[in-house]
Structures are given as C-alpha cells and as structure tokens.
Design a protein around this ligand. Sequence first.
Ligand code: FCB
Length: 471
Amino acid sequence: MANDASAVSDARSPAVSDNPLADPFSPSADSALWRKNFLLGAATASYQIEGAVNEDGRLPSIWDTFSATPGKVLAGDTGAVACDHYHRWEADIDLLVSLGLEGYRLSIAWPRVMDAAGVPNRKGLDFYKRLLNRLKEKGVTTFVTLYHWDLPQHLEDRGGWLNRDTAYRFVDYADLMSRELAGTVDAWATLNEPWCSAYLGYGNGHHAPGLADGRFATQAMHHLLLAHGLAIPVLRANDPASQKGIVANIGRGTANSGSAADQRAAHLFEVQHNAWILDPLLKGAYSRDLFELWPGTEPLVLDGDMQTIAAPLDFLGINYYFRTNVASDGGHGFREVPLEGVERTQMGWEVHPDGLRDLLTGFRSTYHNLPPIYITENGMASDDKVIDGHVDDTQRISFLKRHLAAVDQAIKAGVDIRGYFLWSLMDNFEWAFGYERRFGVVHVDYSTQKRTVKRSAELVAKFLKERKARI
Ligand code: FCB
C-alpha cells in the first residue's frame, strides 16, 4: 500500500495539470498566506536529527533503547547518528535561513540537559543556547518543544508516563529550560503529540517504550496532560514574554456509508484521535464517548487535575497528515476501510487536504475558547532521489500547495491560524520507519551527510522571497 505508485500518479495528475503554466506552489492571489504576519517555517525534533547520542553527557532515552531492540524499527535503524545535526547545526541553520524560512520549530532532548538527580548538564544546555542564539541573530522565530518523545530512560525505568511522578520531573525540566533559555524562545510547546506518546507508546507498542495495554494508554495520557498543565504556569513565570502552548496531532475520520452505525464509528474515531486530548485541554473533562469506545480504561484522576490540565493556552499547535475512512466494527468501535484509488504517500497515508480544513472549522464550533492556531507540522514522505544534483519532489509540491490552500480556507471561515511549519526541514529518522521514509524539503544522503535542497524547498523559498518583496 505504501508504495502504490500507480495510485499516486493517477490521482495526482489532475491536480497538478489544472493549470500547467502556473507556478506549481504559489498560493492564490487572495490567499492569507501572502500576509506578512503569517509565519512560514519548518520543523524538526531532537531524536530525529541530532545523533551524538553518547556525547557531552547525554543520557539514554527510551528511543535509544527501543531502536536498539531487534524488530522494533525498520531495517534496525537508530537515531545514533541521524542527520548529525549536533555537529552540523551551524550549516543547517544557514540552510534554513538561505531558504528564507521565517520560523523554526525544534525540540530539546531532555536526556541531554539534566541527569537523573535533576542536575543540569552544562554542555547539553550550551548546545541549545548556541543554536537558539544563532536563530535569534538571524531573525528566525523560534518554537521550542520540550518533549518530542525522547523520555530519559531512567524515568521509564521508574514507570515512565505510567508513574505520576514523571509529570513532576517534567515540571523540573520545564523550569530549568525556561530559566536557562528565556529570551531566546518565542513560543514554548510543552508536548508534541501526546496521542502518539500514550497510544503508540503504551497502548499498542508501536513506539517507545513499546508497551501495549489500553489502560496504560489512558493513564499515560493523563500524566502527560498533567505534566503539560503543571508546566504552563512555570513557563509563564520564568519567561513571560513568550507564548505557551501544546502540539496535538489530529485525525480526520470519515464514515464508509451513511448508516447511523458508520457515522457513529467516524465520530468515535475522532473522539479517540482528537477529543481525547482537546476536551481535557479546552473543556477540562474527558469525553465520555472515549470510554464507550474503550470501556473500563478510565484513568486515575486526582482532585484538581482537570483544572490544572485546562490551564489557558496562548496557542494550540496542530499537526495534520491524513484522513482515515472507517466503518462500525459491529460492536462499540470502528475499523478502517481503506479507500481504493485515492492518492497516497510513501507512508500509505491518504492525501486529503479538506480534512485539515474541516477539522479546524469543526474545532471552532466545538471549542468556544479555541486558542490561536499554528499548524506545527504538515508534510509528506516520498521516495526522493537525487538525480544530477536535483530532487524533483513533484508530489510534495502539490501536497503543500493543496494543504496551504486548505489552511487559507479555514482562515477565511474564521479560524485564527497564525502560521505553518513544514514537516520537515530535512529527511530524518522517521521513528519506527527509520530512514526509509523521507519527509524533508531538504534531502539528506546518510552516507555522506550531504544536504540537497529539494524542488519543493526551492519553490517555498521563491514564494517567501516574492512575499517579502511585495510587503
Ligand atoms: C509526527 C511526528 C513527527 C514526524 C511526523 C511524520 O507524528 O510528530 O516527529 O515523525 O509525524
């Protein structure tokens, strides 16, 4: 399914050939993307790009352990070297700046900056200080995620996110980082995609730490959200000028038929992917439908937790990739019914820009207090090759153009969306899929670490240059 090239090219050709003379990337003339204050940037994450896992006092993370376990990651790949960004960060930032990207979303590796006793690791901290200072010098807006899945292994050894104490350790970490880095960070995100940490990490075992129990997933989620809610006031106190938020991945579920059972299944799919996280954050309560789907998995919630979790946010980061078509499973749940003949990416994910627009406009009606939104990740994997020094990533160009159009439609429908980060700045370690899946707008040759700017990045750069010239 992932490499069904015929489905990809068949479905893609109409969109690309709409107007063969038009710039295949440039947004329409009336698009909100032309506005100066709409931030356009790129995103990465520490474990996916840094490498240098044993350097300068970095401790092991759950992803070091998981990727070293046979059978967990495709081809046995690990993040030990990745893009070697820890050593090449200066050139990588120069590249980002040369593309005219205005924002950079990065994450900090918790095991790099403090030890098991909470003692700061100066060398690790200095790495991020240098990086962020350079970004500031270059005028790049910085979005820093505190937790993009690389939990210190010593915390997992004490129960990880199943242990409430991990939430308090996270607050110590957030406290240290916001004291040390205040002034260089424009926006702090506590967590990246708690759905993935909880569900893939503790619910089905596809991600580190590889545990598989439904009750674990909901309890891990509760402690993740608690960690977030406890950290927000600490970040506010230490770094008042920055924005504070969280990043959630959202999933579009559509019903396979008009039957009431299939409609309910699509609703439950979205409850599991979206409301599980957004309801506690924005309504201060778990959706009761979640426990219809997963009976008997209610987490242990202490007095005051839900209020803590619902701490006001300055922004909500949204990551969107694909839509899932579902039908009723005959019981209380849903099952996926993959659609035939639709465009898919190298991941096998369906390309469905309308899903992004529809979810965003839906959230606007569901959550009366929906904060300003940044699309903190959107992008696609393709099997990109360097040919004569160039990478012609046609499907990505069309993908980005259509998703940016969907963002524009959501803005026109009244959703307050302030920026968009491409996932990713460069090809990197794609978790359980290792290095095979290439999400970057910059190609990385892992044998030489040579970076090659893909055609998509050239076109984004061209647009940004044109926008700058117009304003
Ligand atoms: C998201 C992750 C990110 C990357 C993309 C493809 O779920 O946040 O690290 O792997 O998917």
